[in-house]
Design a binder for this molecule. Structure first.
Ligand code: PGA
Length: 250
């Protein structure tokens, strides 16, 4: 059985002072222990997350990293830095990284390999734009991303991977994909993992949906067979909403 996984993606929100308050508030809410809960915070908030969440079941991680361990890469953070604060996850290939900062699949693939090499769980994001959806090219797009991003990833590692299917047109827009459309794409992705690896890997890999997930729609999405979790932006910035997302089964 795949453990459901709800992860907050804070994006570029929360100063260290604000992050401490939110982390304390999240830590002090009662969360369903049957659901894996985590937050991916801005790099500058990682130390606070590490200290405040220490001893709790709440996981945390970075929102990006470079694949090298150290060196002349101004502005970047490395897998060793994430290891040092005991981060669990790293989001890679988010559409904002791809579209605003020009990250390509070749780079994302190097980051994925490096994350696994350093014991981090990558949350690999994929998803189509509105134009691609309107042209019915969502499967083609996601296939090309996943094939390229997972090049050289072993079967053992792929079983530990989290994939977040996030249609770009649903991110931060209030427009959620219907639960049926989200399920169809998550099923497509699982099938793709089976073709690329094996049935066992496809059954182990966890697939999240992301894009305007909120307490009001999380239940319907999570009820779908191939949706194992959610990657949540806006609605993860309030402890109460985040708790409601994690506690969707209660
Ligand atoms: P949203 O963002 O929940 O604010 O739409 C999701 C994401 O980009 O991960």
């Amino acid at each position: 059985m795949r453990k459901p996984v709800i992860v907050g993606n804070w994006k570029m929100n929360k100063t260290v002072t604000e992050a401490k308050d939110l982390l304390e508030a999240i830590k002090n809410t009662e969360l369903d222990s049957e659901v894996e809960a985590g937050v991916c915070v801005p790099a500058i908030d990682l130390c606070a997350a590490s200290k405040i969440l220490d001893g709790s079941d709440i996981k945390f991680g970075g929102q990006n990293m470079y694949y090298e361990e150290s060196g002349a890469f101004t502005g970047e953070i490395s897998p060793l830095m994430l290891n040092d604060v005991k981060a669990d996850y790293v989001i890679l290939g988010h559409s904002e990284r791809r579209d605003i900062f020009g990250e390509c699949d070749e780079l994302i693939n190097k980051k994925i390999l490096s994350a696994f090499e350093h014991g981090l769980t990558p949350i690999l994001c994929c998803g189509e734009s509105l134009e691609e959806r309107e042209a019915n090219k969502q499967e083609e797009k996601v296939k090309s991303q996943i094939e390229a991003d997972l090049k050289g990833v072993s079967e053992d590692d792929v079983k530990k991977l989290i994939i977040a299917y996030e249609p770009i047109w649903a991110i931060g827009t209030g427009k959620t994909a219907s639960a049926e459309d989200a399920e169809a794409m998550c099923a497509y992705i699982r099938n793709l993992v089976e073709k690329l690896y094996s049935k066992e890997s496809a059954e182990a890999v966890r697939i999240q949906y992301g894009g305007s997930v909120k307490p009001a729609n999380v239940k319907e999405l999570m009820a779908k067979e191939n949706i194992d979790g959610a990657l949540v932006g806006g609605a993860s910035l309030k402890a109460e909403d985040f708790a409601a997302l994690v506690n969707h089964r209660k």
